[in-house]
Design a binder for this molecule. Sequence first.
Ligand code: FPP
Ligand code: MG
Ligand code: MG
Length: 347
Amino acid sequence: RWPEKHWAATCEGAGGRAEELDRPLTRADVLTDWNPSMTDNSASFSTTFSLVTPQRPPPPPIPPLSTLLPAGMLCEPEHILPTQARLAQIVEMIHVASLLHDDVIDVSPLRRGAPSAPAQFGSKLSVLAGDFLLGRASAALSRLGETEVVELIASVITNLVEGEVLQMRSVLAPEQTASRVTRETWNTYMHKTYLKTASLMAKGARAAVVLGGAQEGELWKEVAYAYGRNIGLAFQLVDDVLDYESSEKTLGKPGGADLKLGLATAPALFAWEENEAMGDLIERRFSGDGDVEMARDIVRQSRALQRTRELAQQHTDKARDVLQHLPPSQARDALEVLAEKVVRRDH
Ligand code: FPP
Ligand code: MG
Ligand code: MG
């Protein structure tokens, strides 16, 4: 709401003046001083009127929800606040920024079936494009006017970088490889997966609930966070499976990229539990002649891909379980469908 300003104006003949009043005018004020006096060639009168003067222009309108929600989404648009729709746009901008940077780091030629930004425009422009999106996203975030949401989403950007660095460290510090898969190996992998993928979904979902008006101590925020975290973990686990199973044609990005980048994801770790030979390959980051092919064979001959899918399904089940804390609604049904889609996707 903008402060209203009220003015009284007097007009006499060709002259006139206006002064600011400290109260709104009523209908009775208007024309009360109407006092025309006519002479042969002039008329004078005085009157008062009220103006509402905006101090600054209102923010630009938010695009209609029909342009934001994929067709077939079950949520009723009127149940989504404009700030929540804006949050979704911000989260998507951060996601795209992270992919622009990721394709530089991974030297990936393809994204979503088209040449990646670095392949098309070069690394420098891709990094700058990502930075630009982060700048725009930050400005939009601050305009939501909710400090808790600003903090949550800002921390996601830090998490994305932390996840990427943790992943890089596993490639750059081979001496840290243990002789077998340990609990710590798995903890590090899952933590990295949370940071690089699940944090955006967990904190994005929590932020949406904050914008919905959830009060401190209410369960909603925890439900949203746990739901987002679990579908995020499931999403990345399936991504790691698809990197072994699918081709460039289905994925719209190169398959088999992780091993070539020296990355031991969940399928490689499960395979290592069944076959010690995987340990040596992981230790040298699949850098020897034929290592990538050998690692792929070991994974395919083991139950690793199935076990990774099972782990993803466990997280999907947790996401669906936590939804039971919410009252039944179309929105809750939509979240259940989404969780299932994440784990069943093939691209
Ligand atoms: C895709 O993973 C990449 C991510 C999930 C996060 C990338 C994050 C950064 C590059 C940190 C910097 C980001 C910002 C916003 C400051 P992937 O390479 O496993 O998946 P892909 O196969 O889709 O490329
Ligand atoms: Mg990457
Ligand atoms: Mg990548």
